[in-house]
Design a protein around this ligand. Structure first.
Ligand code: PLP
Length: 430
């Protein structure tokens, strides 16, 4: 039986699903869109949100629910909702408390896909993302907040800059302004960092990355910390006043600390339908079982790779890895990430620019060139020759991207083989 004192490694393996006597040992895949009830009254109670249970898989499903429960426990939240992708999780985390005419604060170093979603697509929906950064003073940041500002959004380990979010500074700042803090914890995973314990209110993940860890399933999740006082803040009528689309339910009154995540599911998942498939949840669960093991190995390997790259001053102009003692992010890494472990992602710049980066990548034998990070296999990406290839070197520099910039996602193979592959490929660039 599940125990409240279980540590994270145990939750990864045992959390969420408990086999009943004689039941299947492994989480079953409930591949069913719908659920049978004996009486229409029972179903009516489900519709009225008066009892728990599943009615339609667009909204909830037992396989998905077990994995959501595991993730909520790993993050220390009151509830979680899986989504069909990380993008859907980010979108819903904002849409749940922001409507046309509202605005919110986003850190300027978010993942490019999130940045595009927030600055372009959401703007078209009439929701304005206002960019802030660590370089700005508190006064400058507070001056971006007005009566229609709804939240602050950041990433624990930013992709791809690998900046570490300054919780001690931004938690009090967002709460002072009466705003919940939403954190994308994808790269850190709940093993290395629990943003809710550090003061954040909502956590989102692209589970496509380390949580799955095998590059098999696209997915996302939103976790509600249950920490934010929506009533006291007075800015969130969608949670504190009757929802006319759900026959007048007042989420804070009926669901207390789980108001935010209940609304996300019963209103937005119902309407938007960015639902994860039961099979996707099943596969994600297999990944989660080894997450604690894997993220430690990724981080240990990445530190060794970063140290090796740091020594290759003949070809490399700079190495960025928050776990390196020489990194400007190191103090925050030690403060906020367990044991100073900071994931498997390392970035560096080749002195020879775009051409040199491409030669390095083409010379790798084991590590593969892919548009992905954070799975068991070591892989590389050079934005200048792939995701940003339409831009000239000058345009890239203006966008803050060095043409020779390589993002390396260090896998969990033997470190000697990873470094040998990198060394051989670098030597071909001499
Ligand atoms: N957040 C971060 C930090 C990411 O790296 C990504 C994808 O790379 C996303 C969100 C979007 O997730 P998905 O690709 O699962 O939609």
């Amino acid at each position: 039986m599940e125990d409240r004192t279980w540590k994270k490694a145990t939750l990864c393996v045992q959390g969420g699903y408990q086999a009943h006597n004689g039941g299947p040992r492994v989480l079953p895949i409930y591949q069913s869109t719908t659920y049978r009830y004996d009486s229409s009254e029972e179903l009516a109670k489900l519709f009225d949100l008066e009892s728990d249970g599943h009615m339609y898989t667009r909204i909830s499903n037992p396989t998905v629910a077990a994995v959501e429960d595991k993730i909520a426990k790993l993050e220390g939240g009151v509830g979680a909702m899986m989504t069909s992708s990380g993008q859907a999780a980010s979108l819903i985390s904002v849409l749940n408390i922001a409507s046309q005419g509202d605005n919110f604060l986003m850190m300027g170093n978010l993942y490019g896909g999130t940045t595009n979603l927030f600055l372009v697509t959401m703007r078209r929906m009439g929701i304005e993302a206002r960019v802030i950064s660590e370089d700005m003073s508190d006064e400058e940041i507070l001056s971006r907040i007005d009566g229609r500002t709804r939240l602050m959004f950041g990433e624990t380990i930013a992709n791809p800059s690998l900046d570490i979010f300054d919780f001690d500074r931004f938690v009090p700042l967002s709460h002072k302004a009466g705003l919940p803090l939403v954190i994308d914890n994808t790269f850190a995973t709940p093993i290395l960092c629990n943003p809710i314990a550090l003061g954040a209110d909502i956590v989102v993940h692209s589970t496509t990355k380390y949580m799955d860890g095998h590059a098999m399933v696209v997915g996302g999740v939103i976790v509600d910390g249950g920490t934010f006082d929506w009533e006291k803040s007075g800015r969130y009528p969608e949670l504190t006043e009757p929802d006319e689309s759900y026959h007048g339910v007042v989420y804070t009154r009926q669901f207390g600390r789980a108001a935010y995540i209940t609304k996300a599911r019963t209103q937005l998942m119902r309407d938007l339908g960015s639902t994860p498939q039961p099979m996707a949840a099943f596969l994600l669960n297999i990944g989660l079982e080894t997450l604690d093991l894997r993220i430690r190995k990724h981080s240990g390997n990445a530190l060794k790779v970063a140290e090796y790259l740091n020594g290759r001053t003949d070809l490399i102009s700079s190495v960025s890895y928050p776990g390196l003692p020489s990194s400007p992010e190191h103090a925050k890494t030690m403060k906020y990430l367990e044991g100073g472990l900071s994931s498997g992602v390392v970035s560096f710049s080749m002195k020879g620019g775009r051409e040199s980066a491409m030669r390095f990548m083409d010379s790798l034998k084991m590590a593969a060139i892919v548009i992905h990070v954070a799975d068991a296999r070591t892989c590389v990406l050079n934005p200048a020759s792939t995701t940003h290839r339409q831009l000239s070197d000058e345009m890239l520099r203006e966008a803050g991207i060095d043409p020779g910039f390589v993002r390396l996602s260090v896998g969990i193979e033997d470190i000697d083989d990873i470094i040998a592959d990198i060394k051989e490929a670098l030597d071909r660039c001499l």
